[in-house]
Design a protein around this ligand. Structure first.
Ligand code: ZN
Length: 260
């Protein structure tokens, strides 16, 4: 597809195709507009974009389009192509803020040991403030929220299934080598500390007292954990993550022209 002088052609790669009806679309352009404006008008939130080529040349979001251009949009390839991308590396250690619809994904991430900010009463403005102010990766299926100007690191889980969402996020942000299961409270995001059986004895059922001798307590809410309380679920979940976090999609492009 070639673009008329009054339009541009946008080609999306890898998982960015999920936002469009087809991998390649033609978009009318009324006058000079930034490439960011055009990409978002097509439905792709800017934090999902890691690299933009216009007629084969790398450009920034502010690059002005006037008509007739071909635009190629790629997702970030963290760890593979850090130079020349549109964003700095994601925050280290990885930390997240999730919207109110992603409570189960929040608990999955905490199970893996990741700092995941979540509140059931958080509105869009607060979520954006937390993402920016605390340098957290924003996870939401609300594209409009991801399109907020201040957001840099963000991802829209494609699946509605929390386990698959966790795999998507693990793949996007290379979480597998960074995980630390059972170090964080799934209820409140607090860090867990080792506790002696005597310290938690009064809070345990008799069956638990008999079966386990290693315990931990949340430094935030006081919840007591032991291997049987979450470990089985975590192990099964980790196995799925390991099996599903192989790279997906196209390899990162070079700096040369894109051929079609
Ligand atoms: Zn807690």
């Amino acid at each position: 597809m070639s673009a008329a002088a009054t339009s541009i052609v946008l080609r999306a790669y890898a998982e960015l195709v999920d936002f469009l009806d087809a991998p390649e679309v033609e978009l009318p352009i009324g006058g000079p507009r930034s490439v960011k404006d055009l990409v978002e008008a097509a439905g792709i939130p800017h934090p999902e974009v890691g690299l933009l080529l216009v007629d084969g040349r790398r450009v920034g979001f502010d690059h002005l389009l006037t008509g007739g251009e071909r635009v190629a949009a790629y997702p970030p390839f963290h760890g593979l192509d850090p130079v020349g991308g549109l964003w700095p590396s994601p925050p280290e250690p990885r930390r997240f803020v999730l919207d109110v619809h992603l409570g189960t994904l929040t608990r999955r991430l905490r199970l893996l040991g990741f700092d995941a900010w979540y509140r059931t009463d958080a509105d869009d403005a607060l979520l954006a403030d937390v993402a920016v102010g605390q340098e957290r990766i924003l996870l939401t299926r609300d594209r409009g929220l991801l399109m907020r100007r201040t957001i840099t690191h963000g991802y829209c889980p494609r699946s509605q299934d929390p386990d698959e969402q966790a795999v998507e996020v693990a793949r996007r942000y290379s979480l597998a080598p960074r995980r630390a299961p059972l170090t964080r409270c799934v209820r409140c995001n607090g860090l867990l500390h080792r506790a002696h059986a005597a310290q938690v004895w009064d809070e345990l059922e008799p069956g638990t007292r008999a079966a386990f001798d290693r315990f931990s307590r949340c430094g935030g809410c006081g919840q007591v954990y032991w291997p049987g309380s979450h470990l089985d679920a975590v192990e099964g979940f980790l196995t799925r993550i390991e099996a599903m976090t192989s790279p997906r999609g196209a390899p990162p492009p070079g700096t040369g022209p894109v051929h079609h």
